[in-house]
Structure formats: structure tokens, C-alpha cells
Design a protein around this ligand. Structure first.
Ligand code: NAI
Length: 339
């Protein structure tokens, strides 16, 4: 069977890490037909649209996309393409598993956390306007529907994977209405899953607790902006942004992407670590029903990290992006470590 997948290379380090990852995927034995489409500033240059029709049509057709990071201008310019895509396809659940790779020096071994982030509303939507010069308003819109479905997503996942605890992360002491609604919905859903322990932590305390003792958590569910921040914190627990995957999931489709951004400071220099996008691609392989290929790549990846010779600079190695990909492919195909 050939899988049709929409491929959005993104910009900055996007095309480099994407090239490395698609080479590994193509070498895995699974057959792919990649539909490559542009998004963001490059798409605008070509089509005068940041999310061109070709991209929308492709995702509607394939329902699965692998995406590189896309730069969002700071303090002006166009709205985030990432936010637009998540809203456009109603990819309401951002799923971010966080775990260690072998031999990456971190403060804590054996981290196994899942961060579930509501992906379609909240302050992260960027609904802002200038009331009068010098006064701006930023809107945090929360709905019972979205809060309930993200809580249900978290608990369903916990039940399916036999995870023990779900914590709702909030700031309902201050945002009594919006985060209060989020908590009410989470509590209601939690009642339907008596085998799973339900807890609530205020977001600032959660950050401190994660740094002091991450093992107290199993799964965390939260609104959009807190999820953005907490998931980067969690990436730091296991070695950094170059390592952590994510999936944007909804009923109409799925977009798999790394947690990190376009890293303009290292773009175009063959320095980026493709591990995060590769691990996102492993989530994609499981999603499309190719778990064996996912397991093979995962084993090769772990072997590379155990051996340490072919790691990228962000994790203490000397290899470039493409050499790292070569090493994964060679290990996967030979079943042994690259010398
Ligand atoms: P960033 O994640 O691009 O970079 C933060 C730091 O981590 C930099 O020092 C970078 O070199 C390093 N880093 C990130 N990915 C790496 C990798 N794969 N290998 C090695 N080092 C890596 O975050 P920043 O600088 O805040 O954002 C840059 C741009 O990316 C912004 O325009 C932002 O809006 C966009 N962005 C896009 C995302 C997406 O498309 N999903 C997600 C996050 C940010």
C-alpha cells in the first residue's frame, strides 16, 4: 500500500530536517507518495496566500501531513500559519509525549510524560485589537465544547494506554471564568474515568513542580498558551527542543510536527537535529498503521544515541543533519551500529 502524505517543508531549518526525515522514511520499506506544498512567507511569494489552496486541498485529500516549522514574524506581520492550520482543520488536540533518549545527559532519567494541549482557542489564538492608541485588548475565548473535548481526549488516551493520572493545569484562581470553565469541564469528564486519578495544579506551581519532581506527573492537560509554554519546559527535561515530537489531531485529519520552531540562528548550516521531526514521523507511522516501520526506526534511533558517534551538536555530537540521517538509515538497514 502507498500512503499519500502532505509534506510541508516549512522554512528556516524546516527543509533540512524534513529532507533528513523523508530519506529515513523512504528507506524504511513503507511506500509514500509525498505531496509537497508550501506555506508561510514562501507560499505568499508564489501564490499571494500564506496558506495556499493547494495546501488545503492536499490535506483534505490525504488527511495526514508531516510539517516542518514555519517562521511567525514577531510583533507584526502575518498571523501564525501554525495556528491557522490547526484551526482550519479543527486539529483540536496537540499531543506531546516527552521521554528520554539513551545517553542524553539530563537532570532526570526515565521521564515519561504526556502533555495534551487544547489547540484551537484560548489566549494563544491571538485575537487582539487596539482599543485606542496605547491600549490593546487580547481576548481569551474558551468554550464548554472545546474544554470538554480536550479533557475527553486526554482521559480516553489515558484509558487506552493504561496511564494512571491526569492533571488539569489552570489559573482559575485568577481567570475564574475562563479557566474555571476549563476546570468544570475537566472535572465532569474525569468522573467518567474512575480508574484514572484526577488532579489539578495551578500553572505557575506546575512549572516549579516539573523542575523539582517531574515524576509526580503522568499526563497533563491544559489550554493552548499554557500548553505552549509547559511543553517547551518538558522538552528541556529530556535534552531540549531538538528531541521532542508532537501531533496535531482532530476528527478531520492530523498534522505531525516537531515542537521546535524554525531556528533561524542555525538554519541552512546542516546543524539542526532532525530527531524531533523524526519522532513526530514515528507518531505518524503509528497513526497510518505502520507500527513495525516505526519500531524499526525507533530502534535505529536509540542505537545511534547509544553509540553517540553520529549525534548533532545540540546533543554534544559533531555530525551534521544529513550525516545523522545517513547513520540512522545505515543502522536501520544493517541492523548494526555505524562505525
Ligand atoms: P526555535 O525552536 O526555533 O529555537 C529555539 C532554540 O532551540 C534555538 O537556539 C535553536 O537553534 C534551537 N533549536 C530548535 N530546534 C532545533 C533543532 N532541531 N536542532 C538543534 N537546535 C534546535 O524557537 P524560536 O527561536 O523561539 O522561534 C523561531 C521561529 O520559529 C519563530 O518565528 C517562531 O514563531 C517559529 N516557531 C514555529 C513553530 C512551528 O512551526 N510549529 C513552533 C515554534 C516556533
Amino acid at each position: 500500500m502507498t500512503h499519500k502524505i502532505t509534506l510541508i517543508p516549512g522554512d528556516g531549518i524546516g527543509p533540512e530536517v524534513m529532507n533528513a526525515v523523508t530519506r529515513i522514511l523512504d528507506a524504511s520499506g513503507v511506500k509514500f507518495e509525498w505531496e509537497t506544498v508550501l506555506a508561510g512567507a514562501e507560499a505568499y511569494e508564489k501564490y499571494r496566500e500564506y496558506v495556499p489552496k493547494a495546501l488545503t486541498e492536499s490535506v483534505e485529500r490525504t488527511r495526514v501531513a508531516l510539517k516542518g516549522p514555519i517562521t511567525t514574524p514577531i510583533g507584526g506581520g502575518f498571523a501564525s500559519i501554525n495556528v491557522q492550520l490547526r484551526k482550519q482543520f479543527d486539529l483540536y488536540a496537540n499531543f506531546r509525549p516527552v521521554s528520554n533518549l539513551p545517553h542524553i545527559p539530563t537532570r532526570y532519567p526515565d521521564i515519561d510524560l504526556v502533555v495534551i494541549r487544547e489547540n484551537t482557542e484560548g489566549l494563544y489564538s491571538g485575537l487582539e485589537h487596539e482599543v485606542v492608541p496605547g491600549v490593546v485588548e487580547s481576548l481569551k475565548v474558551m468554550t464548554e465544547k472545546a474544554c470538554t473535548r480536550i479533557a475527553r481526549f486526554a482521559f480516553e488516551y489515558a484509558r487506552r494506554k493504561q496511564r494512571k493520572k491526569v492533571h488539569a493545569v489552570h489559573k482559575a484562581n485568577i481567570m475564574k471564568l475562563s479557566d474555571g470553565l476549563f476546570l468544570r469541564c475537566s472535572r465532569n469528564v474525569a468522573k467518567e474515568y474512575p480508574e484514572i486519578t484526577y488532579g489539578e495544579h495551578i500553572v505557575d506551581n506546575t512549572c516549579m513542580q516539573l523542575v523539582m519532581n517531574p515524576y509526580q506527573y503522568d499526563m497533563l492537560v491544559m489550554e493552548n498558551l499554557y500548553g505552549d509554554i509547559i511543553s517547551d519546559l518538558c522538552a528541556g527535561l529530556v535534552g531540549g527542543l531538538g528531541l521532542v515530537p508532537s501531533a496535531n489531531l482532530g476528527d478531520q485529519g492530523a498534522i505531525f510536527e516537531a515542537v521546535h520552531g524554525s531556528a533561524p540562528d542555525i538554519a541552512g548550516r546542516n546543524l539542526a537535529n532532525p530527531t524531533a521531526l523524526l519522532r513526530s514521523a514515528l507518531l505518524m507511522l503509528n497513526h497510518i498503521g505502520e507500527p513495525d516501520a516505526a519500531n524499526n526506526i525507533q530502534s535505529a534511533l536509540e542505537e545511534i544515541y547509544r553509540h553517540r558517534d553520529q549525534l548533532t551538536r545540540d546533543v554534544g555530537g559533531k555530525a551534521g543533519t544529513s550525516e545523522f540521517a545517513d547513520a540512522v538509515i545505515q543502522t536501520m538497514q544493517s541492523g548494526s551500529t555505524v562505525e
